[in-house]
Design a protein around this ligand. Structure first.
Ligand SMILES: [Zn+2]
Length: 468
């Protein structure tokens, strides 16, 4: 068929390279090989890339030239992982304030074909960034590599349960949408709109089209899985399911695996810096993408946490020369892996134990205690009446729980136990207010937040995963 022929042309690396000038397949080829290098070799390579990035920033980026002079920062390739600790943390506010000064002034800038990009802005204002063309190619290549881990070669049919209305519109209509659907063999389902009728339609589509891989927001695929289970539907089992843009906790993981009878891959990324980590077929943690990012997990004082501990993710992008981000506080929380742990797959990519959520998911008491949002979600998960919910900390002593009920159900009997469980950690003077609503809106980027804390100390985080 002519369509099949065109697909083959368009998934051909040379076609892309020559027709569109993309380097994604060349980068993918390198990633396929490098992943199997020893960890030592890859760390050396990362040190070199970090050293070159810092050198570039020092020489060509006014913000960093100034900061490095002020702090008297010296560095070498051998000591770069130590030297980097002298750099200040880069927040979203600092990026906004120093947007011009953070951009490279070197003469090659235009040749890199930079373009503007924004963070997802899950809560708070999105932040504006500049990405080189090659950053986009790298990001695509990384997604293709992670797709391969889940069982999909580029060009094989994939369904994505994904996207905000805006993304659906931009990606689904017009010539661009047509090309994307036909040549990438990729179908986008609107995770934004999931009525019972829609979900039945999704299941039918999955059963007829038999996708090799399904990519989905964690919460959306969980909701679909629960729907399938509740209605006793049968569903086609793909090679793998990749979840992203949300916290894949053990229970959700098990639910998806049980219903779809396939492994679930936990991908961690954001719109502003691309994919930083993904779990492999062994599922022993998330492999850090050390080929394009340097990730640090830091405590509240900006010091690296011990192995097996939880802290905030700070990321340095290694190849985006037009606007290098060094130690960028992305607003997500992770637990590092235990001492000496490595994955039995043999890939030379270090492990993160888990992504714990977002800094906006951290609830705080006036005494300074911090409660992870997952404590709140545990209280609401699996309640028979609860179709959707969102727990919002409005101030130190007030928590609002928005709930969407299944038809004909009531939640009153559980108000007492849930309130008590929350008061146990937030303090007896904390009031818990339930609010029944018809609909809970996702964020602008289409993600759905189970928990939001509006209490001080939480940056206006906006990590949001984007699909190529
Ligand atoms: Zn592995």
């Amino acid at each position: 068929m002519i369509t099949d022929f065109l697909i083959r042309v368009f998934v051909n690396p040379f076609a892309w390279k020559y027709l569109l000038g993309s380097r994604r397949f060349e980068i993918l080829e390198a990633l396929r090989e490098s992943q199997w290098n020893s960890l030592e070799v890859n760390l050396q390579e990362q040190a070199r890339a970090l050293f070159e990035l810092v050198t570039h920033a020092h020489t060509h980026v006014p913000y960093y030239s100034r900061v490095m002079a002020q702090r008297d920062i010296h560095y070498s390739e051998e000591t770069i992982f130590e030297d980097i600790k002298q750099f200040p943390i880069l927040t979203k506010d600092l990026i906004r304030e120093h947007f011009e000064e953070l951009q490279s002034t070197d003469p090659d800038t235009r040749r890199r074909k930079p373009h503007h990009a924004t963070s997802g802005g899950s809560t708070g204002e999105p932040v504006l960034l500049v990405h080189d063309r090659v950053t986009w190619d790298r990001s695509s290549a990384t997604k293709m590599l992670f797709n391969e881990w889940a069982g999909r070669r580029e060009g094989q049919y994939m369904i994505a349960l994904w996207g905000s209305e805006r993304e659906i519109l931009e990606g689904g209509q017009g010539l661009k949408g047509f090309l994307r659907r036909h040549f990438k063999n990729f179908q986008l389902l609107n995770a934004f709109k999931m009525s019972e009728r829609d979900m039945r339609g999704f299941v039918t589509l999955i059963n007829t089209k038999k996708p090799v891989v399904i990519l989905a927001y964690v919460q959306s695929i969980e909701e679909l899985a629960r729907f399938i289970e509740r209605h006793g539907l049968s569903v086609y089992s793909p090679e793998g399911i990749i979840t992203s843009a949300g916290t894949l906790d053990d229970e959700i993981h098990r639910t998806i695996e049980r219903v779809f009878r396939c492994p679930v891959f936990n991908r961690y990324g954001s719109r502003e810096v691309g994919d930083m980590a993904c779990s492999c077929e062994k599922g022993e943690g998330l492999h850090l993408n050390i080929f394009s990012h340097y990730v640090e997990v830091l405590d509240a004082d900006g010091i690296g946490v011990e192995p097996g501990q939880t802290g905030e993710i700070h990321v340095t992008t290694l190849h985006n020369l037009s606007m290098p981000l060094i130690r960028y506080a992305i607003g997500d929380v992770a637990r590092t892996s235990a001492v000496g742990s490595s994955c039995s797959c043999g890939r030379g990519m270090p492990l993160l134990d888990s992504i714990q959520g977002r800094t906006v998911n951290l609830f705080r008491t006036a005494d300074g205690d911090v409660v992870d949002g997952s404590y709140m979600t545990r209280q609401l998960h699996r309640r028979s009446w609860c179709k959707q919910y969102q727990v919002i900390q409005e101030d130190y002593t007030r928590i609002r729980i928005k709930v969407v009920l299944y038809e004909g159900t009531f939640f009153e009997k559980d108000v007492g136990p849930i309130s008590r469980a929350i008061k146990n950690v937030m303090g007896g003077n904390c009031s818990v207010v339930f609010e029944e609503v018809d609909y809970i809106a996702p964020t602008e980027s289409g993600k759905f937040l189970y928990t939001i804390s509006m209490v001080g100390g939480n940056p206006s985080a906006g990590a949001s995963d984007a699909e190529s």
